[in-house]
Design a protein around this ligand. Sequence first.
Ligand code: SF4
Length: 281
Amino acid sequence: MTATRLFAHHPRQWQSNRYVYPVVSRRSRGLSIGVNLNPDKICNFDCVYCSVDRRSPGDQRPVDLAVLETELAAMLEHALGGGLWLEPPFDTTPAMLRRVNDVAFSGDGEPTSCPQFAAACALVARLVAPHPDVAAVVITNATLLDRPAVAAGLALLDQHRSAVWAKLDAGTDAWYQRIERTKVPLDRVLAQLAACGRRRPLTIQALFFAYQGVAPDDAEVDAWRDRLAWLLAQGARIAQVQVYTTARATAEPGCVALPAERLEAIADRARALGLAATAYP
Ligand code: SF4
C-alpha cells in the first residue's frame, strides 16, 4: 500500500476491537489511535460528506469502559512497542510517520454526545499520562461543548497534553445548512467555539468541497474567514487551521474534492488573519 493509499485508509474497525483503532494520519503527522465512542452512529449533524455508513444500524449498547480500557492499553503498548509497524498495512508507513502522535476521540458519530464522554476522558487521561509525547485529542462538531459533562471531560484532558479539533466548514447559514443538515444554529456553534477557545487553543477543521455541482465561492470563503476573525475578537485562541477536502466515500453522492490550489487559496484567507493554516489536498 502506498503512503497516499495509507492516508485514505481509515477503517474504524481493528481486528476484534469494539472501540479502539489505529490510523496513520497526515494531520497527526503519525499514528492516531482512534477511540470510537459512537458505535451507535449517533450524531446531531447529518453532513452530506460524512464517511460513516448509516445504511446499517449502529450498535446501541452503552459504551463498556472496561472493554475500552483493555483495548486502549493494549493498543498503546503495541504501537509504542513498535509491533504495529510490522503489520500490514502499517508496515508501509514512511519512517518519519512511525510515531504515536495522539489518542483521538473520533469515530462513527459525535463523541461528546456519548453519556460516558467524561468518564472516557478520565480513562484516556490516565492511560496517556505515562507517555508525555502522546496527546489526547477530541474531534468534535462543537455543538455540545457547553454541556457540563463535556466541559468536565475537557477540563480533565487539559491537565495533560491535549487538543480540541473543532469543525467549522461554513461561513454562511445557507452553506452550513446545505452541507451539515442540523437543527443546531451556526451562531450556537460559534458561541461554543468562542467559549472553548478562551479556555484552550483550538484546531479548526474546515472541509471544503463541491456539492451537487456547486463549490463554495469567494463570498462563502470570505464569510468563513470573517467567522474566524470573530472568534479571535472574542478572545478564542486558534492554534491552527486545517483546510481539507473529501477523500473517502460520502453519505450523499455529488461531493467532489476541490483542487489543491483552491484549498491553498482558502488557507490563505486564514493566514491573512495571522493564523497558522495548512491545506491537505
Ligand atoms: S459531524 Fe462528523 S460524524 Fe457527524 S455527520 Fe458530520 S461528518 Fe458525520
